[in-house]
Design a protein around this ligand. Structure first.
Ligand SMILES: Nc1nc2c(c(=O)[nH]1)N[C@H]1C(S)=C(S)[C@@H](COP(=O)(O)O)O[C@H]1N2
Ligand SMILES: [Mo]
Length: 359
């Protein structure tokens, strides 16, 4: 287990929003990069850092229950994927009325290179029962919960972090869900789930269980505080829905919000991503109402990797200017103008508005 002084070094570049459990945003400049350095990747944890005995139990409704170690996982075919992870609570601070929950600004999103075994390979070896429906993932972290639980059966004094995926998705090799043991070419750090974690591409990162301890195949749909209590969209006007794939979103990385610049041509740049991607277009607006202009959009460099876009703006008029960027994805999803309000404040993908002063 890492000592406190190592943790301080690992966390030095982040914007802390809660010391215990430790939650922190990426520094804004990290959004400009292709790959987020590990020390700049946001951290979201619901409990204190756990001890982990190095074992992964695979069981439940399977023919061949097993216990795997890091060496066992490393002996399996390795898969490396760059994956953009975004916290479902990212952007909560812009919702009105302000929901409860961690006060995330807009920097709980990062992209790292993850290496691990395919979850589908591990499940193939375990041979799930024919009537399996869900796969349950349990983290080693547990304890008193710092939020008000939603499910009446939740034991608030000793709760564990547990999530589930449909078996059909978990066992699909094409979904490329990893049991990752490396991040950016190094063993996982304490904050990011050492010794191994799940990485679920395209899903809000709540699905990517850290400090993975158990995998169980279930013959009934899973219910639990982090699945059917929290991490549900509680809409004001329609039935609740589970938080699953990331909603389409573009961000402006350049020029910096609120900055002052000299008049002339300015290349506006940013990132875009979607869980129902790839992103197929980004449009930029230079006024409150009115015209949208198509930006140049790079194709994704890898299937789960945020995309770069750019737009040349003739910033000849001195004064304050508003800039907005709006992404559309391959499924036809477009960002809304207004945050899609839900009681717990998840999935805010509203169009970003910034201003810059041209002098
Ligand atoms: N075991 C465990 N896994 C977890 C969590 C947690 O609290 N415990 N938080 C989840 C949430 S809400 C997010 S956004 C991501 C954050 O991953 P990161 O800290 O590596 O950025 O981890 C997910 N996996
Ligand atoms: Mo999250």
């Amino acid at each position: 287990m890492a000592v406190t002084h190592d943790l301080d070094a690992a966390r030095a570049a982040l914007q802390m929003i809660n010391p215990a459990p430790y939650n922190a945003e990426a520094p804004p400049e990290a959004l400009g990069g292709e790959i987020t350095p590990t020390g700049q990747h946001y951290v979201r944890s619901n409990f204190a850092l756990p001890a982990h005995d190095g074992k992964l139990e695979v069981g439940g409704a399977v023919e061949h229950p097993t216990t795997l170690t890091l060496d066992d996982l490393r002996a399996m075919p390795a898969h490396e994927r760059a994956v953009t992870l975004e916290c479902a609570g990212n952007g909560r601070l812009e919702m009105r009325p302000l929901p409860t929950g961690e006060p995330w600004g807009d920097y709980a999103v990062s992209t790292a290179r993850w290496t691990g075994a395919l979850l589908a390979d591990v499940l193939t070896q375990a041979r799930p029962a024919a009537d399996g429906v869900d796969v349950r993932f349990e983290g080693a972290d547990h304890g008193a919960y710092h939020l008000q639980p939603i499910l009446p059966e939740t034991d608030n004094d000793d709760l564990a972090f547990v999530r589930a995926l449909p078996l059909a998705h978990a066992a699909d090799p094409a979904a490329e869900i990893l049991i990752a043991y490396e991040m950016n070419g190094e063993p996982l750090t304490a904050d990011h789930g050492a010794p191994f974690r799940i990485i679920v591409p395209h899903w809000y990162a709540v699905a990517s269980v850290k400090w993975l301890k158990r995998i169980d195949v279930l013959t009934e749909p899973y219910t639990g505080e982090f699945q059917t209590g929290h991490y549900m969209y509680e809409w004001p006007d329609r039935p609740p829905e589970p938080v699953d794939v990331m909603r389409v979103r573009a961000r402006i990385t350049d020029p910096a919000a609120g900055s002052t610049m000299s008049s002339g041509t300015c290349t506006v740049r940013g990132k875009a991503w979607s869980g129902t991607g790839p992103v197929t277009r980004v449009d930029v607006s230079l006024t409150g109402e009115g015209e949208w202009h198509a930006a140049r959009l790079d194709p994704p460099s890898a299937p789960y990797h945020w995309q770069d876009w750019a737009f040349d703006w003739e910033a000849n008029d001195v004064g304050r200017h508003t800039l907005r960027a709006r992404a559309t994805d391959a499924a036809g999803n477009v960002q809304p103008e207004v945050p899609p309000w839900n009681r717990l404040g998840y999935g805010n993908n509203a169009i970003e508005v910034i201003y810059v002063d041209v002098v």
